[in-house]
Design a protein around this ligand. Structure first.
Ligand SMILES: *Cc1c(COP(=O)(O)O)cnc(C)c1O
Length: 410
């Protein structure tokens, strides 16, 4: 099943109409794709009390956040500003969880004052939390369960080896000591696996390990399995079958709850799964050029607007929306940043000319939210398509935006 938006139109609106109306480069998000992914995520769960918390760092646009609120999700936040944005669009504090890492304790105090759920991922802050609040404010603890990852990706491997996240399992006794010392109310256990788990079986094995740990804590209200669920980006790599995962976890979690003696909530914090496939970065080919043996397509964007290919080696499907049926050729697609700036190397694409619209797909997650003004270029506008209508949900930056906080001294 392919859920991605059609290549040349989004909900019936042609790419070239969008480009004409809003200009390029342009981020476009398709609400129906978000909806389909959310439905698909929920579909496997039939008996457990599932709570989906949208991890809004993936795409921190308040119209998108509000849309997900209307679909009944909560919010996973990693900074105080994300909490503030969540409140602005109407999330109840209690439906938001604050899951930062490496923050000063003062941020956690502020989050407690705002009334959001608190997730703590290190012993140092847990100790400070105990000293300040005792058991009066419930707290969730983030563990680093080192679930065996099935991945050949070096970056992911590297991620695991130097992972700074969570409290490692050999420190559970320290957590329990703090719990006893301060009378902590530990109401949740959290893990987040960062896009490395490809099969329901591996996930379920990890979940069982978490259930064993959970049995050691008596006051739990929920278990939070975090995010990290990949979407099919068209690169031929396997992704986890979420329907199957849901079905299996539904059964396992229900039997865990029986054993635990209480019906707990089951939380997930998907980011990219909900919004990844929903977004496209629409660019214009501004330059065709040959250097040595390489044919370059130069577009009016760059890694300042979509950093994932350069930063993570991420694959984005690329299409020529203007001339989809030209003869296939091998191209390197590059951006305009004044250093190596590849979107794709040696990619087969239809023959492309200057002026053609070149679309980078599956750019909804960690696209705009990781964009910068490097090279003093404006971040793109963002358009959200809901019910067949295109809404501008963020303007393109202006020169004034770029220089707003600069102070020129003599
Ligand atoms: C980033 C993050 C997520 C979302 O990750 P995705 O890979 O986008 O699903 C969820 N939970 C936490 C704690 C995160 O830091």
């Amino acid at each position: 099943m392919k859920l991605e938006n059609n290549t040349y139109n989004i909900q019936g609106i042609k790419i070239d109409e969008l480009a004409r109306e809003f200009g390029t480069p342009l981020y476009v998000y398709d609400a129906s794709v978000i909806q389909e992914h959310l439905d698909r995520f929920r579909a496997g769960f039939s008996s457990v009390d599932l709570k989906v918390k949208y991890a809004c760092k993936a795409l921190t646009n308040m119209s998108i956040m509000k849309y997900l609120l209307k679909q009944g999700t909560g919010l996973d936040t990693v900074s105080l500003a994300e909490i503030q944005m969540g409140m602005t669009v109407g999330f109840e504090p209690n439906d938001m969880v604050f899951t930062p890492n490496c923050v000063d304790f003062s941020e956690i105090i502020e989050a407690v004052e705002l009334g959001v759920k608190i997730n703590i991922e290190n012993l140092s802050n847990l100790e400070k939390f105990g000293k300040k609040y005792g058991g009066s404010v419930p707290v969730c603890i983030r563990l680093n369960p080192q679930i065996a990852a099935q991945s050949n990706n070096e970056k992911v491997d590297w991620w695991h080896k130097q992972s700074k996240f969570g409290i490692s399992l050999d420190q559970i006794e320290n957590v329990k000591a703090l719990e006893a010392k301060y009378g902590l109310t530990i109401d949740g256990i959290h893990i987040h696996s960062s896009s490395v788990i490809m099969s329901p079986e591996i996930f379920i094995n990890g979940a069982k390990a978490v259930f064993d740990i959970a049995m050691q804590f008596e006051q739990l209200d929920f278990i939070d399995f975090g995010g990290g669920i990949k979407v099919d980006v068209g690169d031929g790599n396997e992704v986890i079958d979420v329907l199957e995962l849901g079905k299996q976890l539904d059964v396992e979690f229900s039997s865990f709850c029986k054993k635990y003696g209480r019906r707990l909530q089951l939380w997930f914090e998907p980011g990219r799964f909900l919004v990844g496939n929903a977004g496209s970065l629409i660019t214009t080919c501004v330059l065709r050029k040959r250097n040595g043996g390489t044919e370059f397509i130069g577009v009016d964007s760059g890694f300042n607007q979509l950093i994932r290919p350069m930063m993570y080696g991420a694959y984005h499907e690329i299409v020529n929306a203007s001339k989809p049926n030209g003869s296939q050729q091998k191209y390197t697609v590059v951006g305009n940043i004044c250093e190596i700036d590849n979107f794709a190397v040696d990619r087969m694409l239809p023959e492309t000319q200057e002026g053609d619209l070149v679309v980078l797909k599956s750019a909804g997650a960690y696209g705009y939210s990781m964009a910068s003004n490097y090279n003093s270029r404006f971040r793109p506008a963002e358009v959200f398509i809901v019910g067949g209508e295109a809404h501008l949900v963020r303007k393109r930056d202006s020169y004034e935006d770029l220089v707003r906080n600069q102070i020129v001294i003599d």
